[in-house]
Design a protein around this ligand. Structure first.
Ligand code: NAD
Ligand code: IPM
Ligand code: MN
Length: 382
């Protein structure tokens, strides 16, 4: 396959972690005989400094013609005082919105050997394997903002169709997993949450009778995510609740630096990005964990390009490196960003003496998006 990938490293640790993701993608391409090309563009603070706006038209044009987009992170203290439209974060929100990426899949799976890295008891986190489906282009993130001298307001607005399309993603995903969806809202208070709950309930009743659906209030759900995380499989929630609960969920599996994500819509390109930010205090030190970015690259292969075998091979390589104890400091190790990336590249080399087919049972959650969805679309014997 030939594919052109837009590379947006962004700010802080973004360039360091995406460098490893690209290195790993090149190794996958070599092993499986694909032709992947990468083209860099500026976003966020880098774009503000070089072009004067956080999402330059050239960057957006490159993304639109790419087969997939890989992003590092945006933001940093040097832009904190900037007017709202000149903040790096605005570049990322603009890109998600312009590309119509209304759903963000954030898989949270405990990788082998990392149970001891969680601040929670090992028996609580053993077997954690869930996916957060976060609405990404609506809600308070995109409502009207106003500011007076002594007051401020941020509007939170959702339409029925915005809720329904992301709920469908979660319910379809559940069909390929354990057929359970937990929808999180604040329906005891917010009108948007009442519409959310009503819409999800109606869609479920009309088309998804085979899926078990629970509604939880976001505050008690936040507690349950850390007390009984294995009770969750697919979590569906709105934009801001999803942002918060996914950083919380990262704690279950050892570090915020470990989680990747896929931002998807109705059409390509999709955007793949770690869930963490630019971690300014780590930038330039070769200590950031690249696994969130490399895991995003695995999602890019499977979800973005439909290369399922390749995505599975990359996930297996990440697991092997983690299990071997090659970890960055956030996970209690002393390996550098580059060493972890290089070890994943090494682990991708097939062992010549051992046949790989059937050698390893495929973990259920490694490709929550296209891979599993595609499997459910396949007819038996097709
Ligand atoms: P952050 O995610 O950058 O960092 C939070 C904490 O997690 C820090 O202690 C950091 O050391 C640790 N961490 C994060 N990624 C890590 C990694 N790969 N390896 C090891 N440790 C890691 O969140 P923040 O400090 O609240 O935000 C910093 C900036 O990033 C802000 O400007 C914020 O707006 C931006 N941000 C951007 C994105 C994005 O681009 N998608 C996401 C979140 C935050
Ligand atoms: C994330 C980030 C962004 C978000 C910020 C940088 C706007 O926290 O991707 O999780 O809240 O969506
Ligand atoms: Mn976030």
């Amino acid at each position: 396959m030939r594919a052109h990938i837009a590379m947006l490293p962004g700010d802080g640790i973004g360039p360091e972690v995406t460098r490893e993701a690209v290195r790993v993608l090149r190794a996958v391409a070599k092993r499986f005989g694909h032709d992947l090309t990468f083209e860099h563009a500026a976003i966020g603070g880098e774009a503000i400094d070089t072009v004067g706006c956080p999402l330059p038209p050239d960057t957006l044009a490159l993304c639109r013609r790419a087969d997939a987009v890989l992003l590092g992170a945006v933001g940093g203290p040097q832009w904190d005082g900037a007017p709202p439209h000149l903040r790096p974060e605005q570049g990322l929100l603009g890109l998600r919105r312009e590309l119509g990426l209304f759903a963000n899949l954030r898989p949270v799976r405990l990788r082998p050997g990392l149970g001891a890295r969680s601040p929670l008891r090992q028996d609580v986190v053993a077997g954690v394997d869930l996916v957060i489906v976060r609405e990404l282009t609506g809600g308070i993130y995109f409502g009207a903002r106003e500011r007076g001298r002594d007051w401020a307001s941020d509007q939170c607005r959702y339409t029925r169709s915005e809720i329904e399309r992301v709920a469908r993603i979660a319910l379809d995903l559940a069909r390929a997993r354990s057929r359970r969806v937990a929808s999180l809202d604040k329906a005891n208070l917010l009108e948007t949450s009442r519409l959310w709950r009503e819409t999800v309930t109606q869609l479920h009743a009309a088309e998804y009778g085979d899926i078990s659906l629970e509604h939880h209030l976001i505050d008690s759900a936040a507690m349950q995510v850390v007390t009984r995380p294995t009770a969750f499989d697919v979590i569906l929630t709105e934009n801001m609740f999803g942002d918060i609960i996914s950083d919380e969920a990262a704690v279950l599996v050892g570090s915020l630096g470990l989680l990747g994500s896929a931002c998807i819509g109705y059409s390509r390109p999709s955007l793949f990005e770690p869930i963490h930010g630019s971690a300014p205090s780590l930038a330039g030190r070769n200590v950031a964990n690249p696994i969130g970015a490399v895991g995003s690259a695995a999602l890019l292969l499977g979800e973005g390009l439909g290369l399922r075998e390749e995505a599975i091979a990359l996930e297996a390589a990440i697991d092997a490196v983690v299990a071997g104890g090659q970890l960055t400091p956030d996970c209690g190790g002393s390996a550098s960003t580059e060493v972890v990336g290089g070890s994943i590249v090494e682990a991708l080399r097939p062992a010549p003496s051992r046949p790989s087919a059937g050698a390893r049972k495929r973990p259920r959650a490694e490709m929550p998006g296209a891979a599993n969805r595609a499997e459910t679309l396949q007819q038996p014997g097709a």
